[in-house]
Design a protein around this ligand. Structure first.
Ligand code: ZN
Length: 101
């Protein structure tokens, strides 16, 4: 036969025109296998990011993307307060540096 592929799962030669092994049913099409691997990696990456995202960040994101206007308002108020808090903090740090210098 001209067009045959070796199955990566069972190592038997199978019809190259088919995307799956005729013996065990595993994928033999290189393009489809590459696509499968790419999808798996994407899923792994998403799972990894999901684990690493802390509960506080998830809550904040939930507020920002909430359908309720009230939740979004709370998010923007908290966001603004945090910005002001950081501004005051950096001003104090600047003052300390000014006095000691
Ligand atoms: Zn096979």
């Amino acid at each position: 036969m001209v067009n045959e592929r070796k199955c990566p799962a069972c190592a038997k030669w199978t019809d190259g025109h088919k995307t799956h092994c005729t013996h065990c049913g595993a994928l033999t099409d290189p393009a489809l296998i590459a696509e499968e691997i790419r999808k798996e990696r994407e899923e792994e990456r998403e799972a990894y990011m999901f684990i690493n995202e802390s509960k506080a960040i998830k809550k904040l994101k939930g507020l920002k993307e909430s359908d309720k206007t009230f939740h979004r308002i709370i998010f923007y108020i908290a966001d603004t307060l945090f910005t002001i808090y950081m501004a005051i903090l950096s001003f104090i740090v600047w003052l300390i540096a000014l006095v000691s210098g």
